[in-house]
Design a protein. Structure first.
Length: 206
């Protein structure tokens, strides 16, 4: 990754986190200057990040008006879940088959970070660890088409889930994450598929 792309990616991650945690509220109108200040990066990396977020449907570029954080629509949850329910278990199963030693160890670190977040009620920390969990699974999964299809959906899912999550549900989510991690540690693709299905089902609860 080149230096310019790295800065763009860092700007993207900063803005994505603000979107997921709703510090950038759905429906809000924002300026490029505000996003530059919020991301803590220069104009060019932030512009590239905005383009990516616009492509993912998280920021809308309104001609002659400005930038708007996209609204959360009633049907978004069902539509995102419909796709993730089918694809996420497949990623977990492939990761169980192909993850290397470093990736398996990194998943343990994710579980520990999630547990630490739960102990302090740190929702932001939990979601950061959850994103890292997804990144490791993606690195271990040999099917780039599959992981690229899921990437924007996960950001939408986190933004939706952030408004619903409680400490109790976070504990249950962590337990299921640990179940997926154990299955991957064991190289058990069938169990990883099953446990990931249970994890995704948790997000469908009212």
């Amino acid at each position: 990754m080149t230096a310019s792309r790295s800065l763009s990616h860092q700007a993207y991650l900063a803005l994505e986190h603000l979107l997921v945690t709703r510090q950038l509220e759905p429906g809000a109108m924002v300026t490029e200057k505000q996003l530059i200040e919020a991301a803590g990066h220069g104009r060019t990396p932030v512009r590239e990040a905005i383009q990516k977020l616009a492509w993912q449907g998280l920021i809308a570029v309104r001609a002659r008006v400005g930038l708007q954080i996209t609204e959360v629509r009633d049907q978004d949850h069902a539509h995102v879940l419909q796709v993730r329910r089918e694809l996420e278990p497949l990623v977990a199963a492939l990761a169980a088959k192909h993850a290397n030693t470093t990736q398996r160890a990194a998943l343990i670190d994710c579980a520990q970070a999630m547990a630490a977040s739960a102990a302090t009620g740190n929702l932001s920390g939990f979601f950061a660890a959850d994103k890292q969990f997804d990144n490791i699974l993606d690195d271990a999964c040999p099917n780039a088409f599959l992981t690229q299809a899921l990437a924007p959906l996960r950001t939408h899912a986190r933004r939706l889930y952030y408004a619903q999550i409680s400490v109790e549900r976070m504990d249950r989510a962590i337990a299921l994450h640990v179940g997926v991690i154990r299955a991957i540690q064991q190289g058990d693709a069938a169990l990883a598929h099953k446990t990931m299905s249970q994890l995704i089902a948790l997000t469908d609860e009212a």
